[in-house]
Design a protein around this ligand. Structure first.
Ligand code: TXA
Ligand code: MG
Length: 349
């Protein structure tokens, strides 16, 4: 992560006063919703112990009620309180990656409301590292005798692009939702989700914490999400079409894009092209092409991705062409999100 983004997150975080944190924790305590920054994306939070608060989250997002939400815990929160039990693998991963962008799916404790788990027998737990998230979770948890958890999906309407700034959240919900502004998110895409509820580790959603890092800690590689995992828990971030802009988006290797670009640029419509400068060549300056240089580094690409998709929706283009990144583990998370954005526009899916 660059020093610039780290320090800007830190200064935005310190701009949130203790009074603002208390006010937000009181809202959560009263069953209201609060949007708050995490290191991945902004979350739309509600009291995880309150079925009514969780129902409000679903209603605000327009999300089907059988989709589970992640429970966010304070830095000293107790995952054992929310899980039926904590497998040794879970403890190892918690020690290695919390606080941070890793969500663990565990068998749920009986006290978890059905609304949080989408009726499944598991619960998703995560401890975010963003200082504003930590202060809010600490303040809320203290109001609940140290056992407060905040259920929070990404703070966007269902199927839309996740928000990575407070302004993105306002763009989604207008003034209807209380937002804590902690600056731009450093990671920029949602947490890695690892399922430990079935006796073996299985990656449900790729993110900043990579399968290799997980394998290094567990001594065994997680199963990858290749569609063959028929008993995998349902997760909306794992729907084939998700995270979509409104402008149709096509994702193809650069060679395959070129003929489509030729055709589109000959017509009198403007198209957007997102590709690495190293691949785009003369297309960067071609007629009717709104060229955006894609970051060459996977972490930077992830951080900028959702802001970029939102900006492209305002760029007055009829289509967005995006260069598919190499099929390697370092690009797995970015390719995953771009693939779901593109799938929203593929016929017969
Ligand atoms: O980075 C993140 O994880 C962000 C920030 C706000 O923490 N949250 C986020 O939440 O991405 P959401 O709801 O947009 O995506 C969470 C994913 C969903 O696909 C959900 O279905 C899955 O986690 N999930 C939550 N609990 C689960 C469970 N018990 N079993 C399987 N999947 C679960
Ligand atoms: Mg989401």
């Amino acid at each position: 992560m660059s020093d610039r983004s780290t320090s800007s997150a830190a200064s935005a975080a310190s701009a949130v006063s203790d009074a603002q944190i208390d006010e937000a924790a009181a809202l959560l305590d009263a069953g209201e919703l609060v949007a708050f920054p995490t290191e991945t994306v902004y979350g739309l939070g509600g009291d995880a112990a309150s079925p009514a608060a969780v129902a409000r989250i679903y209603a605000a997002k327009g999300r089907p009620a059988n989709h589970p939400v992640i429970v966010h815990l304070a830095p000293h929160g107790d995952p054992q309180y929310w899980a039926e039990h904590l497998p040794a693998d879970a403890q190892k991963l918690i020690d290695a990656f919390w606080p941070g962008p890793l969500t663990l799916i565990l068998k749920r404790a009986a006290r978890i409301p059905d609304a949080v788990s989408g009726g499944q027998d598991s619960v998703g737990l995560r401890c975010p590292s963003h200082p504003v998230a930590q202060r809010l979770l600490d303040a809320f948890s203290a109001r609940r005798g140290g056992h407060g958890g905040v259920a929070a999906p990404s703070a966007n309407r269902f199927g839309h692009v996740s928000p990575t700034t407070a302004q993105h959240v306002r763009d989604e919900f207008g003034g209807a939702i209380h937002v804590l502004d902690g600056g731009a998110c450093e990671v920029g895409i949602e947490s890695t989700i690892l399922d430990l509820s079935r006796g073996f580790p299985a990656l449900l959603r790729p993110g900043r914490v990579t399968p290799r890092e997980i394998a290094d800690v567990l001594g065994v590689a997680p199963r990858l999400p290749d569609g063959s995992d028929a008993t995998a828990p349902r997760a909306s971030g794992t729907l084939k079409a998700h995270y979509a802009p409104s402008t149709p988006l096509a994702l193809l290797p650069f060679e395959a894009l070129e003929s489509m670009l030729a055709e589109a640029s000959a017509a009198d419509t403007r198209i957007a092209l997102v590709a690495r400068v190293s691949r785009a060549g003369a297309w960067a300056d071609a007629r009717n092409v709104h060229f955006v240089a894609a970051p060459e580094d996977p972490h930077v690409y992830a951080r900028e991705l959702y802001g970029l998709l939102r900006a492209l929706d305002r760029a007055d283009c009829v289509r967005i062409f995006v260069e598919k990144l190499p099929d390697t583990l370092e690009w797995i998370a970015v390719n995953d999100r771009l693939g779901r954005a593109a799938a929203a526009f593929e016929a017969n899916e």
